[in-house]
Design a protein around this ligand. Structure first.
Ligand code: ADP
Ligand code: ZN
Length: 432
């Protein structure tokens, strides 16, 4: 099932034709409307006419989050405020929020792409969609809301929080699709179980989860605990918001809607474009946005692009699940570590919950990593010896996964704080 079959399954040649035309228009518009881009072009000795199509993409300047901060709040907008109908701001995981603006056309595009995402996750006009992402400045709630309405599904705009009420409405209103962060999905599942509600009493069939990295094991866990199909959804406010890419039922990467975005993978150090199939930093050029179009925006997200056609029939390129953020990377005793590596190793062990916290301290010049891990209820009530051997087992697994020894502290079930939005798992107490 597709929302827009013609576009979603269009041939590569047609997609490239569209991209060429739209890119050329975009470059002209930015050169003449946004002084920030005009001066970037001039510094590179580049004229809009030099860009004849996507083969010239690598001639274009990059845009970074710092550029957006330097031009805070409206400096990069390409439309006057009289055309801007919505303003969002990124959640500021890595600093001061970044302001983004949308015209009416931008909101329409976003709704169309969110609708495509819902259909890829098996929703239709008969679906009851519970949106448990935050509504407000964060793009998650409202972004998906408009797509679900466009689909004519029945939308429950519940936003985050109040897990009791989430579960009550999920049951009473027969929610068929839930959208939230993957960590909240696990929390919801556990709460449903605790309340003694069986999955048969619910009508849940699928879910779309994103806004933070989650490994394959976590998908399996969500699918099992909620008896649904779990789809990964990707997006970022600078580029649009959720719905830039979505997984189809084959779950072999997320389709990026290439009629609106041109993705690239570059080496985060040299900024050289890398071939398909290689891990690197994801970069997006928006080709239809009016409010705040961006050229070669560096996401800091690490991923891989695959261009082989997917079994689902969609021709749009696929991106691998996010492997981490290049600025999320922790350097502990000189070793590069992504929290997702730790999460993966924990999920492989099985007797622990995927709830953990990393505490990094510095003793003189030596970094210490402590990993607090929640054990399952069943194991916690077990003999001390069971816990001791589990702790040793985790320490061994971590050492081989991270090439670094860490102190493992097992903690009681439910003692690590849960987050309704993005989870904050790292507490870095070093002053660096
Ligand atoms: P920020 O977190 O940078 O303040 P946003 O709220 O727009 O800004 O969040 C966008 C970021 O969230 C992405 O750049 C990415 O790091 C993360 N993200 C979004 N969706 C996913 C996903 N499906 N998997 C992993 N990470 C994701
Ligand atoms: Zn597919």
């Amino acid at each position: 099932m597709y929302w827009n079959e013609k576009v979603e399954t269009m041939s590569h040649e047609e997609l490239i034709y569209i991209q060429n035309e739209r890119l050329k228009d975009m470059v002209h518009r930015l050169y003449y409307n946004v002084p920030f881009y005009r001066s970037k072009f001039q510094n590179l000795g580049l004229e809009p006419e030099d860009i004849k199509g996507i083969e010239d993409l690598s001639k274009l300047p990059f845009t970074t989050k710092q550029d957006l901060r330097d031009n805070y709040p409206y400096g990069i907008f390409a439309s006057p405020l009289s055309e801007i109908v919505r303003i969002h701001a990124s959640s500021g995981t890595t600093g001061k929020p970044t302001v983004v603006g949308y015209t009416k056309k931008d909101i329409n595009t976003w709704s169309e792409l969110s609708a495509r995402a819902f259909v890829a996750a098996d929703a239709d006009r008969n679906s009851v969609i519970q949106i448990a992402y935050g509504y407000g400045l964060f793009t998650g709630g409202l972004g998906l809301h408009y797509g679900a309405e466009k689909l004519c599904a029945s939308v429950i705009p519940i936003s985050t929080g109040n897990t009791q009420r989430q579960i009550m409405l999920m049951k009473d209103l027969k929610t068929s699709l839930i959208a939230c962060t993957p960590s909240y999905a696990i929390y919801l599942a556990d709460s449903i179980k605790e309340q003694g509600i069986s999955l048969e009493e619910l009508n849940l069939k699928s879910g779309i989860f994103g806004a933070e990295p989650w490994p394959e094991n976590m998908r399996k866990e969500i699918e099992k605990k909620l008896n649904i199909t779990a789809h990964d959804i990707y997006g970022l406010s600078e580029v649009m918001g959720p719905g830039v890419a979505i997984e189809c039922n084959y779950k072999c990467g997320m389709h990026i809607w290439e009629d609106h975005f041109i993705p690239e993978i570059v080496d985060p150090n040299t900024l050289e474009p890398l071939p398909y199939g290689t891990l690197g930093e994801l970069v997006f050029t928006t080709i239809t946005k009016e409010g705040m179009p961006l050229l070669r925006y560096r996401t800091r997200d690490l991923s891989i692009l695959y261009n082989e056609t997917c079994k689902c029939g969609r021709t749009h390129i696929r991106m691998e699940r996010i492997k981490g953020r290049s600025d999320d990377m922790l350097i502990i005793r000189g070793v590069n570590i992504f929290p997702s590596q730790i999460e993966n190793a924990l999920l492989e062990i099985g007797e622990v919950e995927p709830h953990y916290q990393l505490i990094i301290t510095r003793d003189g010049t030596l970094d210490n990593l402590e990993i607090k891990v929640e054990v399952t209820e069943h194991l916690f009530s077990d003999k001390i010896s069971g816990l001791e051997s589990l702790q040793k087992n985790i320490a061994r697994k971590m050492e081989s996964a991270l090439q670094l020894s860490a102190k493992i502290t097992l903690v009681e079930p439910n003692s690590i704080p849960r987050f309704e939005g993005k989870s904050k798992r790292v507490i870095d107490k070093r002053n660096i």
